[in-house]
Design a protein around this ligand. Structure first.
Ligand code: GLY
Length: 372
């Protein structure tokens, strides 16, 4: 059994991401060196708990560690003040102390919420991420962005709080519904598109095998985490380069908002559509050859993913309304929309020099495909 290790070098906040098969069975041994006393508090959700919580708690008990656990409702609605208050108060009831470790065991919602609870509990306790979705393994569990949603928007309240360890168990991903696995793949492709053309080549050849081939799955998680770790090391608090990780996200956030953050469009699906639109926009602006958006779309199609706005079921607002939703994105600086565009596959860059009429033309054409 090979465990890959990616070091995230952030001075006093450095940590490792360990990636391997059935790592949850070794969670007790992996986390024990971090503990000041043999006790951990696990927060998970009610989808993950029935599938995997017993296995995780046994792994702690096998090392003489006493686990206590709380399962929150699964779904994006959990990532708000009410469940955040419940989680932090439960941690206090469990008498979690400053030197204790909290474990976030779930997808992005649990990781973000529990990370934020750990950031503010007793002015900051350490936490370990055990991400159970592909999206959380390759993106949200690494880099220390934590937070919750409010009535005003997504992730508007939060903190940078790096985990002390991330355990990415590549076998736990086999219990994901295929649609969720594929949605997470949207974030994997993003890394190839933004900065590693050779990885995109590899994904074109191997992407369809990831769901059933553990070694390739581990390779894809490893390369994604290596890229994320490098970017976070260079720009922890998103002053510059880290914004590249938002490739496809300005379009995605508008589409998610337009579909009410519902099952009509999962986040990773929106990222995939957003990446295809970002490459199309780059081509229309003369930044890259037509071959690039064609390759992006062909690969996403070959994976069986949503590629076009036309693939989103149900009604959508018009192009002007979508552009207005994009303008509400929290990445807007001084009222100017910032886009991640590309000069080719693996060559993304950040710009706020995008004429609104070109974006409107792109959205109008994409929406017209729905009617066709
Ligand atoms: N998910 C984007 C970032 O971590 O910066």
């Amino acid at each position: 059994m090979t465990v890959d290790v990616v070091a995230v070098a952030l001075g006093a906040r450095s940590y490792e991401v360990r990636i391997g098969p059935w790592l949850i069975d070794r969670a007790g041994a992996e986390i024990a060196p971090l503990l000041a006393r043999p006790r951990v508090a696990i927060i998970t959700d009610d989808t993950v708990a029935p599938l995997h919580l017993d296995r995780l708690t046994q792994a702690f008990r096998a090392e003489g560690i006493d686990p206590v656990a709380l399962a929150l409702p699964s779904g994006e609605a959990t990532k708000g003040w009410a469940e955040f208050a419940r989680a932090t108060e439960w941690l206090l009831e469990q008498k979690i102390e400053r030197r204790d470790v909290v474990v976030a065991f779930g997808g992005g919602v649990i990781g973000d919420l529990v990370g934020f609870a750990a950031a503010v509990l007793r002015r900051g306790v350490r936490f370990v991420q055990i991400p159970t979705t592909l999206l959380a393994q390759v993106d949200s569990s690494v880099g220390g962005k934590t937070g919750i949603n409010t009535a005003q928007g997504k992730n508007l309240v939060g903190a940078f709080h790096q985990p002390s360890l991330v355990l990415a168990d590549v076998d736990i991903l086999t219990s994901l519904p295929p649609r969720d696995f594929l949605a997470g793949y949207g974030e994997v492709v993003k890394y190839g598109l933004l900065g590693d053309a050779a990885f995109f080549d590899w994904l074109e050849a191997n992407g369809p095998d990831l769901a059933h081939d553990r070694a390739k799955r581990q390779q894809a998680v490893l390369r994604s985490v290596q890229m994320k770790a490098g970017i976070v090391e260079r720009d922890e608090t998103e002053e510059g380069e880290r914004a590249l990780l938002n490739l496809g996200h300005t379009f995605c956030h508008a589409l998610e908002k337009a579909t009410g953050y519902s099952n009509r469009l999962l986040h990773g699906e929106g990222v995939a559509i957003g990446c295809a639109l970002a490459f199309e926009l780059s081509q229309r602006l003369g930044l890259c050859a037509q071959e690039s958006p064609s390759r992006v779309r062909a690969h996403l199609r070959a994976m069986g993913m949503k590629v076009d706005i036309a693939d989103i079921p149900g009604d959508l607002p018009g192009a002007e309304a979508l552009l207005a939703l994009m303008a509400q994105d929290k990445k807007v600086v001084d009222g100017r929309l910032r886009f991640i565009l590309a000069r080719g596959i693996g060559q993304a860059f950040i710009t706020d020099q995008v004429p609104a009429d070109v974006v409107l033309g792109l959205l109008n054409d994409a929406l017209a495909q729905r009617a066709a």
